[in-house]
Design a protein around this ligand. Sequence first.
Ligand SMILES: [Zn+2]
Length: 136
Amino acid sequence: MKNLQVTGKERECIVAIEELKSNFPPRLSQVAVKLGIKPPTAFVLVRQLEKKGLVEEAKGSIILTSRGKEVYKNIILAHRSLETLLCRAGIPLECACKEAEKIDYLIEPAYAKKLWQYLGKPKNCPHGRPVIPVSV
Ligand SMILES: [Zn+2]
């Protein structure tokens, strides 16, 4: 998969949709609350993601499309690998996490995977969350 082509705001929205989904797909108002933005702003963001084919609405709920899920997985792989790298360099975990957020969505999936391999294929990030390699 090539270049993710999402903005920082869209990245936050994709991650929020996936994280909110634990019980059932979230509604727009829940996504807005999670992102700390007003519903009309969330609406615009979701529309943008819909146009990119990453998100779809089903019965008033918002879900990621299969392409959206791929993008999400790549962001998470890049995030957790970068976080691991920064922590190993001596940067405190909370700072490492924030720094990783700034760039995780810009990393080519193939390079995120290379970084993860270079790090010794860690099974978990420093938070203890699983790191799952993606096929690229
Ligand atoms: Zn983590």
